[in-house]
Design a protein around this ligand. Structure first.
Ligand code: CTP
Length: 878
């Protein structure tokens, strides 16, 4: 396979050069290496059907034999292809106009010419080869050249660029489009410097931190280099970066850091500069300034000396390490894990680490009656280890990179001295101080002060429906009889305080909840369903009410399994395990305290102030659906996240915690959010917290979609005013908006990934046609045409059409209220009565009558029959 790629953040020169190269190498596939500049993104969203470019995930890199690279030859700018192009067996061809030779690819066949844009080189070749160029292509090529030459005025512009532009204009290049897409946000000098810096980027990894250096020499001082540093920072996912610009007799160094371990002010202080820990600058006079490259080396040295890793493996590892011998049986290993609360054990032979056996390995053999087998047959032998001095950052990278649960730690002689598990690391990241000081803290760090408060809420209780109140009282009597404490918890309590109706009754029993549930089901004559594994039960009652009953239970987490006892009272513990303070309120039901609101975590205050606050900093790791639940509550009640909670959500997303969710759970949470009261707010939060990518890589949200979403809400409201009622899947409408812009294949993949029904898929695929249907409906004049167009659509499709174009409301109203119910009275029988034998053309004849009826040309049976006769007489029946 052959591919054509350009640099990450592909600009118009990159894009145009790719398209031109594809005309020279028609068998090669074009693939984007990484992101696109904003204006290219905008361009592609409109023209992607005309420029078939794939994304890296759609390419099997192992099949690639030849890579044609345009507009760069710096491997580091090729994103996910940077390793591929350095493989010996891959043939590399380069077209580029950057003359700087740093970081170049070895063994590539290069065409490097000193012109203003790479596109110029390729279009010249197309011209020589007499390859035909369409006016659309000419426009794109012109865009590439104009952008990189600053509309032919950058000093890098050559006569060759100008000649090619003139040639492209002759071919019909459209300057209106060029004008629309050229980005002026950096001035030309800055743009030029920015490109230079990008090409001279140099990346190192030190103590696990990714740091880049960008350097360039300019003839005269260019203002606002800090802005360029900022843009470079935005472009690359770095821990720190330094920009070195030499101009005249000075070198300006700008440093930016995104990590507490790298203090750029301290580093640049060495060069006489200063600033803040995260942003600093220094200016060096010429007599002190060496060649830029030497200065960069010196800077790198200073950076290396000044990185202070926040923790080392030895600070966070557990030791001594529990190990087993290779001949230990799987069963014994299983017991050891249970006893010590570990989810994996190290396997050692003669004090040498030979493997790791995890609970997951044991679970795999459990069903096959193989527990007697020795661990050596099932352990993983491919063990990644680290040294005690390894930085936390490297530990983190290794765990993520290899997706492994535990890393054995060795000393310099290779002797096993400890182990770090994924949960050690997560707990550390979620709350360093407490964790190091007190590793046996039950839930990591609490975000709330725990203090029991009780309130009388008689006034709110007055709002509870009579039948529910009776039910609660009946349950309370039973609880007293069985001598157990009983609480109403969760969403019902929250919604009651907000004076909103809820029918979700969640009860918690301090004691044997299942026994209580059995007796209550008998008493209420309800159907009981017990889930022994979870200690929960559900009672379904005739009046459509459901009761969920849970038992407060003590939870053991792997690392704290050896704790002798749990100090918290059991309802308090149950509530502390829940997601947000507003959901951790309880109402006691035992008669003595019936109706008292019990609040341990000031959830009542948060509810009154509109704050969503997690209870403890490990909560999202325990259950990532809570990220989506949080967004749902924030959007439903228009609440805000408490600062620490917001930070934890961002951290959890950064740590990819969402990946732990099955696709079914993920989509179910998204559906709930979109079905809730404020779907648009929910979507905006998904965007804000960078969660859309979990649905599909290329899903985008933009202003235009937001406008359609706003219209959609109005249209749904409007649909209530119609004289007919219908049901539709609200979430699906918003989901369709989300996927708008995706290609057919992408939508199909998404539907497969998330197990969506074929009906859902159809609705989502309709997004590819909706524009066209809108156009057709706008010009549709007769009732029959309106009917024909709309009768092919589902109600969801119709609402989407209206959200795009509300002018169509009247036509849709006419269809929904009237046209769709119109039926003709004549039938095939009438044609037979006219003396004809049944034939396929009957259908056509009847359709004709229906059309006439829709358009008001016939009204009753007689008129229909007359028209039918006339039609058949004219056309016959066959
Ligand atoms: N809960 C939790 N973590 C979850 C799910 C639920 O802590 N991932 C707890 C919360 O206390 C929640 C209760 O279980 O209030 C009941 O959950 P559920 O019925 O799913 O949600 P509600 O809070 O009732 O929300 P909704 O009004 O949307 O049904």
């Amino acid at each position: 396979m052959e591919i054509i790629i350009s640099h990450q953040r592909t600009d118009f020169d990159g894009l145009a050069a790719m398209v031109a190269a594809q005309k020279i190498y028609p068998q090669a596939e074009m693939v984007f290496a990484g992101g696109l500049t904003n204006n290219v993104k905008e361009f592609m969203s409109l023209y992607k059907n005309r420029i078939p470019i794939k994304y890296p995930s759609e390419i099997d890199q192992s099949q690639v034999e030849k890579v044609i690279i345009v507009d760069t030859r710096v491997a580091f700018r090729l994103g996910s292809f940077s390793d591929l192009v350095e493989q010996d067996e891959v043939e590399v061809i380069v077209y580029d106009h950057h003359m700087n030779r740093q970081n170049c690819l070895q063994d590539a066949t290069e065409t490097i010419e000193p012109v203003g844009a790479t596109t110029t080189i390729l279009v010249e070749q197309l011209n020589e080869m007499k390859v035909e160029v369409t006016s659309f292509e000419a426009t794109l090529f012109a865009l590439g050249i104009y952008e990189d030459t600053g509309c032919l005025i950058f000093s890098s512009t050559t006569a060759r660029d100008a000649k090619i532009v003139s040639y492209l204009l002759e071919l019909g290049a459209n300057l209106g489009i060029v004008e629309k897409y050229i980005d002026y946000s950096l001035n030309r000098q800055q743009q030029q410097l920015f490109n230079k810096l990008l090409d001279a980027g140099y990346k190192v990894t030190s103590k696990g931190f990714k740091i880049s250096f960008f350097q360039a020499e300019v003839e005269e001082y260019i203002p606002d280099i800090a802005l360029l540093a900022h843009k470079l920072d935005e472009l690359h996912n770095l821990d720190a970066l330094f920009v070195l610009v030499k101009s005249g007799n000075k070198v300006l160094i700008i440093g930016r850091s995104n990590h507490d371990s790298i203090n750029v002010a301290q580093i640049l202080n060495y060069f006489g500069g200063g600033g803040h820990a995260r942003a600093a600058a220094a200016t060096i006079e010429r007599n002190k300034a060496q060649e830029l490259i030497e200065l960069q080396q010196e800077l790198l040295q200073v950076v290396r000396e000044n990185i202070t890793p926040d923790a080392l493996a030895k600070d966070i590892m557990s030791s001594p390490v529990k190990s087993v011998a290779p001949d230990t049986s799987m069963e014994e290993a299983d017991e050891l894990m249970l006893r010590y609360g570990h989810s994996g054990l190290v396997v050692e032979e003669d004090k040498e680490l030979v493997g790791i056996i995890s609970r997951r390995d044991i679970d795999k053999v459990r069903n096959h009656d193989l527990l007697h087998a020795p661990v050596k047959g099932y352990m993983s032998t491919d063990v990644v280890t680290i040294e005690a001095e390894t930085s936390l950052k490297e530990v983190q990278d290794l765990i993520v990179q290899h997706d492994i649960g535990r890393l054995p730690v060795t000393d310099q002689q290779g002797k096993l001295v400890g182990i770090i598990t994924r949960s050690d690391l997560l707990k550390l990241l979620y709350g360093t101080d407490d964790y190091i000081k007190n590793r046996q803290n039950l839930y990591g760090r609490s975000l709330v002060e725990v203090q029991e408060k009780r309130y009388n809420i008689d006034q709110k209780l007055g709002l509870v429906e009579e039948r529910i109140m009776e039910l609660l009282k009946s349950a309370a009597q039973l609880a007293d009889l069985l001598d157990v404490d009983l609480y109403l918890v969760g969403g019902f309590v929250r919604d009651l305080l907000l004076e909103k109706r809820s029918l979700d009754l969640d009860l918690v029993v301090e004691g044997d909840g299942i026994k209580f549930a059995r007796k209550l089901a008998q008493k209420l004559n309800g159907a009981l369903n017990v889930h022994h594994d979870f200690g929960t039960a559900t009672i379904s009652l005739d009046n459509n009410l459901n009761l969920d009953i849970a038992t407060t239970r003590v939870e053991y987490y792997s690392d704290i399994a050896s704790l002798p006892e749990i100090e918290l009272g059991s309802i308090q513990q149950d509530l502390f395990r829940r997601d947000f303070t507003i959901n951790a309120l309880a109402i006691q039901l035992n008669q003595e305290s019936f109706g008292q609101l019990v609040d341990f975590f000031d959830g009542k205050v948060d509810l009154e102030e509109g704050i969503i606050r997690l209870l403890h900093n490990f909560s999202l790791h325990d259950d990532p659906t809570r990220i989506f639940r949080g967004l749902r509550f924030a959007s439903r009640y228009q609440y805000r996240f408490e600062a620490e909670t917001e930070k934890l959500i961002k951290q959890a997303v950064d740590l990819n915690v969402v990946d732990k969710l099955s696709n079914n759970r993920l989509i179910s949470e998204v559906k709930k959010g979109l079905n809730d009261t404020h779907p648009l707010s929910f979507i905006k939060l998904l965007v804000k917290y960078d969660l859309l990518g979990y649905l599909s890589n290329n899903i985008e949200w933009n202003r235009a979609k937001e406008e359609v979403a706003n219209n959609l809400a109005k249209i749904m409201e409007w649909s209530n005013s119609l004289s007919i009622t219908f049901n539709f899947d609200k979430w699906l409408l918003y989901f369709a908006l989300l996927v708008t812009g995706l290609e057919k294949k992408e939508i199909e993949n998404l539907a497969t990934d998330f197990n969506l029904s074929s009906d859902c898929l159809e609705r989502l695929l309709f997004t590819l046609e909706v524009e066209q249907v809108v156009e057709q409906l706008l010009v549709a004049e007769s009732n029959s045409v309106i009917y024909t167009l709309l009768s092919q659509l589902t109600i969801e499709d119709i609402l989407l059409v209206l959200a795009r174009e509300s002018k169509l409301k009247e036509k849709v109203k006419l269809y929904l209220e009237k046209l769709q119910w119109i039926d003709i009275e004549v039938s095939g029988e009438d044609i037979i009565d006219l003396g004809y034998r049944p034939a396929p053309s009957f259908k056509k004849a009847l359709k004709k009558i229906k059309k006439a009826k829709l358009d008001g040309q016939v009204e009753d049976y007689q008129e229909e029959l007359q028209l039918l006769e006339e039609y058949i007489e004219k056309k016959g029946v066959e």
